[in-house]
Design a protein around this ligand. Sequence first.
Ligand SMILES: [Zn+2]
Length: 483
Amino acid sequence: MKKVIILTLALFFMRTNKTLSQSDFLEYIHSHYSKYKSVQIEQRRFEPKHYFEIMDSLSNESGGLIRKSQVGTSFKGIPISLYEVGNGKNKILLWSQMHGDESTASQAILDIFNFFISHKDCSHSACKSIFSESTLLFIPILNPDGTKKFERRNFQEIDINRDAIRLQTPEGKILKTIQEEYKPDFGFNLHDQLTTYSVGKTGKPASISLLAPAYNFNKDINDIRKRAIQICVVIKNSISKFYPGFVARYDDEFEPRAFGDNIQSWGTSTILIESGGYFNDPEKQEVRKMNFIALMNSFLSIAENSYSKFKEEEYFNIPENDRSLFHLLVKNCTVSKDGFNYTVDLGINYSERFDSLRNKYVEKYTVADLGDLSTYSSYDTIDVDGLSLNIGKVHPEIITNFSKLKKMDCNKLLADGITTVIFQNDKFDEKELKSTLNQMISTIKEPMRESQHLMGHSANFYFTDKNEIVKKVISNGRLVFER
Ligand SMILES: [Zn+2]
């Protein structure tokens, strides 16, 4: 009897210890993240050359921990490399930026490498488990040609993620070859999704969406897919601990041409991670941190085999991705058309456009939907109840002199409903302008040829009361004037 009690107690302690250590690990990587973040890249657009230089210096610094080998080249001849860490029996393959404009996870991989290097002597018990139990295989930036142009497709304009069967892209062939050669147990397929995806109807952005892809049209669950499902639960739990309610589940419709679905069918438990949006995070640096937490905890969970306790229901209980989110909602606008007044909400989203005046990419806000949008939510909301909507005016004079542009009385212009100034001169000092006009009014190089249709219109509006006094002004999706 005594023996049994002691044994039970010992088992209890072992268990408690294990759970505690994973939870402690999560706390640790969350609170110490800034120590490991690679600050050399903090924006979504970067040169692949710059990225690989950082990767190479990390590999050199790692004292043999990170082993690099070139596994091929992109269509335009940019080297594609495999970075191996650890020597354990679990083989884990990760590939990022198969779509060139989806760079969040590539950045998180730099942070993971920093973490590994800091603990290459196994000073952190988690690293000891990860390095001894698993072999991690990273292919960061599978599509360097697309990354260079910050475009989804490769140089042949093929979506690599629809090339798993036909294999007409060199990048797709590399992924297939590595999968065949190493036969990984786990695969992490790392992407970005639109920032307008929401977690079901909760109104929260889907900062991370997960999928254990189906391997057939029946969406059956075999042991391979089941393990992927369990890892999705690990990820959901680890992110929800710090960002509750920001994880969604991606639609599991089988796509016979996609890599995730096929790699699942080739025997690798594959997890798709889609990085979406988060509040006040245009460069997705907070979502990058979520990737770091998700992947690090997955590695530990695989090393300790602790994922296997999770039930499939926990995965299917994650709310599905939904599209009921706008970047900005302008509620209760009164619109007049042919003498008839009615109320609409405006759903406004931004996309990135190249601004020739500023010579850089900027956010351009346009109307994506209008009508009764009361079932939608948004990152920002402006209520203009009782006010009439008017399309913002363009300043009648084309300004060609920078000092004149700087001296313009912004508030006066806005009070007159002017939201745009055309500036035609190549000498445009954004930094100098930032403090004044630029904050308030859209400056453009060319006159806009916009119709009076609200759908698709730039988000430059002013709102008037019954006496036609301008009460609020929105310029490029921002509330810039109010009285
Ligand atoms: Zn993608």
